[in-house]
Write a protein that binds this ligand. Structure first.
Ligand code: 475
Length: 829
């Protein structure tokens, strides 16, 4: 009875206020309410962590209001949505980011201080959500922030790993990995949706059956697990819009093996069921190599299948004809990791919705876009055919069919050029037959994006040249970005306030192009004073962290020189360490008087090595033995210090980046697809010492090469240099520092032998020797600039002022306009 229901609805509304209030008393009541009833502690006795929990729940309540409103608004408007599929999201902490985006940080801080708590202290209680490895994963997180802020109707899909990226602990200078069981203390930012579940099938066989006289394929699975949705609301800044990041967790399915319960051992059967959960239990910690592991493939299909079912369910709620699908759905593949979605959508359209191949394929070609984050051919994902055929027999058939049609078409276009046909085929023949996920993605996507201009050029001329020649129109690029909300507003509040003061507005937080206005004051003495103060405050914070962590006291007058990122040979942390040894050696050999001229440095290195990556682990150990030697040399004092920051993650980055004077980005040119760490440093007014690689090339265009320290071979020179190989003359300075390591100057000479072998003679693939002199020159230029305080500060201001192009707001806008074809859909306040 409608009348009665309406009456009830009115009564319910009467019982609740329309929205939660944000005045100090309401906030305090709310926090105490959660202390007592959610955290279940007495309101007269709770500690900082419990206060954090109560605070987080009060924030969560307000977040949920907006999230509901946004979802209802999207449902009503039914716009075309983008579904962002990524196996990794590196969110870090959420509290500060959320209250800032909701515009209620100060209200909460005031309310807390009246209760005797400090907002910042409570915010530090939160652990990081590390559901990703590195650049690719943090990019997804920044892009979600921009999608919400720019009001785009977007949904993120991923996996809810129970163990995030391993914690790095250093024992005697060696990396050890410890599990990151991050859900141990609960997660207030997720909403468990016990009723949003989908069955996901694995293994089994495919049979031909007849349905209404038509032959069709039926997949009879051998295993079934349940995907349960966990929703993570992502608020935009300066808007009510709050979008959804839906992460899937695996649970045993009720439809699964009923048989064994009737026949076998009950306890064994229950234990067996529980194994289903292992699918979403752990994040793979390798950020570049593929090992053809079944569990990894299961993870990929698990999250793809659940997401695709969810997308179809939403579409079918309001639409009948699948021809409208491309008008409502854009599917973004974040690298090839989710590319099974192509075969899965095809399977659903063919086998479940019974569309013809022709109609289904037509839809596929309109909905997928693909972004690749890699440069090297070895980085491209391959799946052994046997593995795929066993786990997903129907998908393998579909991929073979797609390939057959593609190769037939290709023959018509290019003739019987077998080499080229072999290269372009989705199936790689050989001792082990493989499915090339990148070829599948390129063939089935309407757009292929690179992550910087140089990267896109390398894709067109090298990695995907054959495809570019065929379909030039498919290839675009969107230079990466980072969100200024997290990387300035959250992590550097003093700089944030300073920028707003000088620009006379906070509008730059939504409209990053306004930052350029700082250029007008690049030589203003008053700004210089305030700018230096901000840097000092952040250096103090970083110095305190270093002391607490390692006991090392560092001088605030020294240049804080930082290189933090995953450890990789191509990123050349080793070049940095060799440079540090060289600097140490020079100081040692100086007359006492000359030492006065040395610019004091605190060199900071941080980053994780993939657990199986031996060379990377040796680099970490080398850093420690060199640090041990230098830091304990009384001859050196404050002139040089070396610190390794363990367990580098998002929250550590938020503290390190604002405190850096100089940051290093040393990848051999042509190897870093984009690089995003550099953008965070740039926004924080940190000067860059870098090669002309990835996005740095575009930074030079924004801030000018006078405001950066560039060095090293250019991408086009690298190939020629490698060819020269053995005839290349390596500088004496280089041989000398390598010899110091070999001769046991820092101990462990046997252990480091293979590391030294990798960079000497013909095996110096990443050209440390060839770039060494140029690197030292750039370092000398940085020293020279640093002693001229006025010049340095001006460069620093111009770096931040020129960083606007590197906001994900720009990246996302380009994706929306040129790749996804979606419009903003703003929820009314
Ligand atoms: C690039 N991660 C950066 C960044 O576009 C670039 C690979 C396999 C499995 C798990 N993770 C990965 C990456 O490939 C990755 O992080 N790539 C990085 O993506 C964002 O800025 O140059 O190396």
């Amino acid at each position: 009875d409608f009348g009665e229901r309406k009456g009830q609805a009115e009564r319910m509304l009467g019982l609740m206020d329309v929205f939660l209030k944000n005045d100090p008393i309401s906030l305090q009541k709310d926090i105490l309410h959660h202390v007592e009833y959610t955290v279940a502690r007495s309101r007269f006795s709770f500690d900082d962590f419990e206060a954090y929990q109560a605070l987080a729940h009060s924030v969560r309540d307000r977040l949920i209001e907006r999230w509901h409103d946004t979802l209802i608004h999207f449902k009503k408007e039914d716009p075309k949505r983008v579904y962002f599929l990524s196996l990794e999201f590196l969110m870090g902490r959420s509290l500060s980011n959320i209250v800032i985006n909701l515009g209620i940080r100060d209200q909460f801080a005031d309310a807390l201080s009246q209760l005797g708590f400090d907002f910042e202290v409570l915010a530090e209680q939160e652990g990081d959500a590390c559901l990703g490895n590195g650049g690719l994963a943090r990019l997804s997180a920044c892009q979600m922030d921009s999608l919400a802020t720019l009001d785009y109707p977007a949904v993120g899909y991923g996996l809810r790993y129970q163990y995030g990226l391993f914690r790095q602990v250093i024992v005697d200078g060696f990396q050890h990995e410890q599990p990151d069981y991050w859900l141990n203390f609960g997660n207030p930012w997720e909403i468990e949706r016990v009723h949003i579940t989908y069955p996901v099938k694995f293994y089994g066989t495919v049979t031909d059956e007849f349905l209404n006289g038509e032959k069709c394929k039926v997949w009879v699975p051998g295993e079934m697990v349940e995907a349960v949705a966990y929703d993570n609301p992502i608020p935009g800044y300066g808007t009510r819009n709050t979008i959804n990041l839906r992460l899937w967790a695996a649970k045993p399915s009720d439809q699964h093996d009923m048989e064994s319960f009737n026949t076998g051992d009950y306890v064994d059967a229950v234990v067996n069921r529980q194994r289903a959960e292992s699918i979403s239990s752990i994040l793979y910690p390798d950020d570049r190599s593929y090992q053809g592991k079944e569990l990894r493939l299961k993870q990929q299909y698990f999250f793809v299948s659940a997401s695709v079912q969810d997308i179809f369910r939403r579409f079918k709620d309001t639409h009948k004809k699948f021809d409208e699908f491309p008008e409502k759905v854009a599917l973004q593949l974040n690298d090839t990791h989710p590319s099974l979605a192509i075969a899965e959508v095809m399977r659903v359209l063919l086998d479940e919705e019974h569309l013809s191949w022709h109609r289904a394929w037509d839809i596929i070609c309109k909905i997928f876009s693909f972004t690749t984050h890699t440069v090297s051919p070895e980085g491209l994902e391959k799946i052994p055919v046997d593995l795929l055929g066993n786990l997903l027999p129907r998908h393998l058939q579909i991929i073979y069919d797609i390939n057959f049609n593609f190769v037939e078409e290709l023959k018509k276009m290019i003739g019987l050029d077998y080499d080229r046909l072999t290269r372009m085929s989705i199936v790689e023949e050989g001792a082990v037959k493989n499915i090339r996920m990148a070829n599948l993605s390129v063939i089935c996507s309407h757009t292929v994006n690179g992550v910087s201009r140089l990267h896109s050029e390398l894709l067109r001329t090298k990695l995907f040249k054959d495809f570019y020649d065929l379909w030039p129109h498919k290839f675009q690029y969107k230079t990466n970005g980072v969100t200024q909300r997290r990387w300035i507003v959250v992590s550097n509040p003093s700089l944030c306030a300073l920028i707003s003061k000088w620009l006379g507005t906070e509008a730059w937080i939504r409209d990053i192009d306004l930052l350029i206005g700082l250029r007008d004051y690049a030589t203003n003495a008053e700004l210089h004073q305030e700018w230096k103060m901000v840097k000092k405050v952040n250096k103090i914070r970083l110095a305190e962290y270093i002391e607490a962590m390692s006991g090392l006291k560092v001088s605030l007058d020294a240049m804080f020189d930082v290189q933090t990122k995953r450890i990789h040979e191509y990123k050349r942390q080793l070049l940095n360490i060799l440079g540090i040894i060289h600097r140490y050696d020079c100081i040692k050999n100086m007359y006492k008087n000359d030492r006065k001229k040395v610019v004091p440095r605190v060199c900071i290195i941080g980053g994780k090595a993939a657990p199986g990556y031996e060379i990377a682990k040796k680099i970490i150990k080398l850093c420690h033995v060199v640090a041990e030697r230098i830091n304990n040399d009384n001859d050196i004092g404050d002139l040089l210090k070396l610190v390794f920051i363990p367990d580098y993650n998002v929250s550590v980055a938020e503290m390190v980046i604002p405190g850096a004077d100089l940051s290093q980005h040393l990848s051999t040119a042509g190897h870093e697809a984009s690089g995003t760490g550099s953008m965070k440093f740039l926004m924080n007014g940190c000067l860059l010492l870098a090669t002309a690689d990835g996005s740095t090339i575009e930074m030079v265009e924004e801030i000018g090469q006078d405001n950066m320290f560039l060095f090293g071979a250019k991408a086009h020179e690298v190939v020629a240099l490698r060819k020269k190989g053995p005839t290349l003359k390596v500088p004496l300075q280089f041989s000398r520092v390598v010899r110091m390591i070999r001769d046991g100057h820092f101990g462990f000479e046997d252990y480091f032998k293979s590391l030294c072998d990798k960079i000497e003679g013909t095996s110096d693939y990443f050209l440390l020797g060839a770039d060494f002199m140029s690197y030292l020159e750039a370092q000398a230029a940085a020293d020279k600039a640093f002693v001229d305080e006025e010049r340095w500060t001006k460069m620093s201001i111009l770096s931040a002022a020129g960083s606007g192009r590197f906001s994900t707001d720009r990246t996302i806008q380009e994706y929306a306009e040129n790749t996804w074809d979606i419009q903003p859909c703003r929820c009314p306040f």
